[in-house]
Design a protein around this ligand. Sequence first.
Ligand code: GDP
Length: 444
Amino acid sequence: MFESLQERLGSILNGLTGRGALSEADVSAALREVRRALIEADVALEVVRSFTDRVREKAVGAEVLKSIKPGQMVVKIVHDELVATLGSEGETIDLNAPAPVVVMMVGLQGSGKTTTTGKIAKRLTERQGKKVLMASLDTRRPAAQEQLRQIGEQVSVATLPVIAGQSPVDIARRAVQAGKLGGHDVVILDTAGRTHIDEPLMIEMADIRKVSDPHEILLVADSLTGQDAVNLARSFDERVGLTGLVLTRMDGDGRGGAALSMRAVTGKPVKLIGTGEKMDALEEFHPKRIADRILGMGDIVSLVEKAAETIDAEKAAAMAKKMQSGKFDLNDLADQLRQMQKMGGMGGIMGLMPGMGKMKDQLAAAGLDDKMFGRQLAIISSMTKKERANPDILKHSRKKRIAAGSGTSAADINKLLKMHRQMADMMKAMGGKGKGAGMMQKMM
Ligand code: GDP
């Protein structure tokens, strides 16, 4: 069994008593383990390298919050970066083109291309009511065309009749033609594979592409592909041009590193995953699930979510304390503005804050609506650290500079400062009555 990354990082980082920011040394130690975990998960080396570089950038200096351990903090950063790299959820096959929409399946022999062709045809037919035609362009293996015909029978989808002696390019042309004449919505071309990438294969794929003008070109790849994943994806993308990836055998016990490798080198989305030999074993891609799998942590989702909750709760508590003491500076205001943006603007926030009607009026009077958040944040970030902590020191000349730096006017800055003063006063008053903390916690 794989030792979980959490356990490994635990033994390195949980012994650290130092809190505060993650140091370069902490992060380097942690990243050695992250690298090992990624390599064990079959992520290609060059991708491991660029990935850990990005994590390092984000992690060094990141603050470790009181209730979570440094190891958990690193895991959270790694997990978030994995999800970001794996990319968007819910990408599906795009059929937004004049019929018949041509979908070209490419990949190595044995990757699951023919099976996946059948699965996709079945899905489009049953779930989207599409009229689909499948065609096998594999003239090299005599059994291939027969295999697709049988699959077609099994899923009740039409296949292009075989004409002996035709070249793959001829078959592609005929398939598109038949799709047009037969009123098909979609034509799926199941191209021939090889055991490895070679020049004739790439030339054949490029030729097929030329005559069939596919709207989607999907690389079907075995999720157990290791270091080769990068080469495979890069070659097909450069020579044929991919629009998406399909990973098969995700039902196996591989760790799914190929998803990361291929996504990273091509930037193309994983659109579907194959999870078995049966014709309905095709699923949408969920970056979060794959990230968990790569890290080898069944419980990471809850762990990460807990960590995120903790972060928010700690922030809220710290903020409440500040408010009670009357110290609410522009850094805090910037934090609040960011939180407000995150929470869906003014409407969302005010709904969460009983008795905040008065504050809402004041914010509105100060010209703070949803569009203003960004401008206000720009103003604050143009100030120096000292000015943010103590805005009273701002002279007119500095205001003009800041206005120029943030693309606003001195009047905008004065408005912001006035709003900040009013908020600080009000929060101090609320804090004095001991209500602020609860209210603020709700707000975060
Ligand atoms: P092709 O040469 O690329 O067309 O590959 P095939 O479609 O013929 O698939 C090769 C083998 O892999 C077949 O036995 C399929 O049943 C099997 N296969 C394809 N996709 C999956 C999958 O997602 N999971 C599992 N377990 N087997 C699969």
